[in-house]
Ligand binder design. Structure first.
Ligand code: PLP
Length: 416
């Protein structure tokens, strides 16, 4: 396979591709999941809490109640999520579930500061910084919330566009934000972006920021990047109720059996707990205790994340190496080099992403469908491909990515 030519001729690219198909690969770069080796880092959690069931404050974790979640676990995660302990809720195993429920609650019961329930509005619109996370978009699709794409910049959403839209249209009720190591482009919001989001005037009195800090501690380098404190900035700007902060241990401990968190203003927390108290008597506090004992403190979380980094940073490095070797000088091909998180965004010349994903599929390499990063699954440029290297073993990431490079070259040669 030739890897030295930035833009091979069609015959050469086709021959490389045919050789790739002949290998009969079965590889997958679609899944933003921890690998089995990463899950093994948390094996000890399966043996916890052992015989112990009492929390530090004497709570019997086996029993009902404690809707806000175990305090000792909230204390451990409050600093990384930048939420005061009393304003932090520890809940079930999925932050996506908390986001979904928050929007359902807002549809059915007026939010603090709202004039009416969102179901009683003519339209409810959310801004979707794009490319973004498809499951955010799916929640809105499911609930009848319209999505309006806004462009991303290297500092976060294009704030000139966001400020203009929210100032003039009261049906815009919210914005999705993944402030750190965003899914899929790895962008980290600048302090100025966060400040403007927290302070901007909005036509809707009940505008909300869905601050999904899913990758708060998921650094790929020694540089533990911090974003600005959105709750504090919103409070200082007189918009204390604007942000809902989310996070979870899905990619820290066990993706299917972790703990999710929600943080917000005291008024939002009270609203959320009152409504959620109608659907459950309390979360799984045994799992909270298990997590608190496993970590001990916030430093325990950081030490644990360093072990994740050792396992996954080499996979990102291999992607970077193969992309650089093959496309450093190719016009129209660029990629993100994230300092954390779970994804790399590959940008290819307009109109080629779907074809590249198809070629890869025919060669046995599964890629996330082109368009998945856009509202409605439609990328008008057909230029963005999301790569997820964490789940397969390192050798498979290397093989799959080498194959993807062959597919990109064939698609470019076909287009030339
Ligand atoms: N938010 C983002 C940005 C994600 O990328 C993911 C998973 O990939 C989630 C939320 C899902 O989180 P959870 O497992 O807590 O539901």
């Amino acid at each position: 396979m030739s890897t030295d030519l930035a833009r091979p001729d069609l015959a050469g690219a086709q021959a490389d591709y045919d050789a790739l198909v002949a290998q009969g690969m079965k590889l997958d770069l679609t899944r933003g999941k921890p690998s089995a080796a990463q899950l093994d880092l948390s094996s000890a959690i399966l043996g916890l809490p052992g015989e112990r069931y009492k929390a530090d404050d004497g709570t019997d974790t086996r029993n009902y109640q404690g809707l806000q979640g175990l305090k000792e676990l909230r204390e451990i995660f409050a600093p990384s999520l930048q939420v005061p302990v009393d304003q932090l809720i520890a809940f079930g195993n999925s932050s996506l579930e908390l986001m979904h429920d928050t929007l359902v609650h807002a549809l059915l019961s007026p939010l603090p500061g709202a004039e009416r329930r969102w179901v009683d509005e003519e339209r409810v619109v959310f801004l979707a910084p794009t490319p973004g996370y498809d499951r955010h978009f799916a929640v809105c699709d499911r609930l009848g919330i319209e999505l309006l794409a806004v462009p991303m910049t290297p500092d976060g959403p294009d704030m000139d566009v966001v400020e203009r839209l929210v100032a003039e249209d009261p049906s815009i009720k919210g914005i999705w934000c993944v402030p750190k190591y965003a899914n899929p482009d790895g962008v980290v919001y600048s302090d100025e972006t966060t400040r403007r989001l927290a302070a901007m005037p909005t036509a809707a009195p009940d505008f909300r920021i869905m601050w999904d800090n899913a990758y708060a501690v998921h650094h790929l380098t020694e540089d533990a990047i911090e974003v600005a404190d959105v709750l504090a900035l919103a409070d200082a700007a007189g918009n204390a109720d604007r942000p809902f902060v989310f996070g979870s241990t899905s990619k820290i401990t066990l993706a299917g059996a972790g703990v999710a968190f929600l943080g917000a203003s005291p008024a939002n927390v009270k609203w959320w707990l009152a409504l959620t108290g109608k659907r459950t008597i309390g979360p799984d506090k045994v799992n909270h205790l298990r997590h608190a004992l496993f970590f001990g403190d916030a430093a325990g979380v950081a030490a644990h994340m360093a072990r994740h980094r050792e396992l996954i940073a080499p996979k990102f490095a291999v992607l970077e190496k193969i992309l650089t070797e093959n496309f450093a000088d190719t016009p129209g091909v660029s990629w993100s080099s994230p300092k954390g998180g779970y994804f790399v965004t590959l940008t290819v010349p307009e109109g080629t992403a779907t074809e590249i994903v198809r070629l890869a599929r025919e060669a046995g390499i599964a890629l996330t469908p082109a368009g998945a990063t856009h509202p409605g699954g439609e990328d008008p440029q057909d230029a963005i491909i999301r790569l997820a290297p964490t789940f397969p073993p390192l050798e498979e990431v290397e093989k799959a990515m080498t194959g993807v490079a062959v597919c990109v070259k064939l698609a470019l040669a076909q287009q030339a």
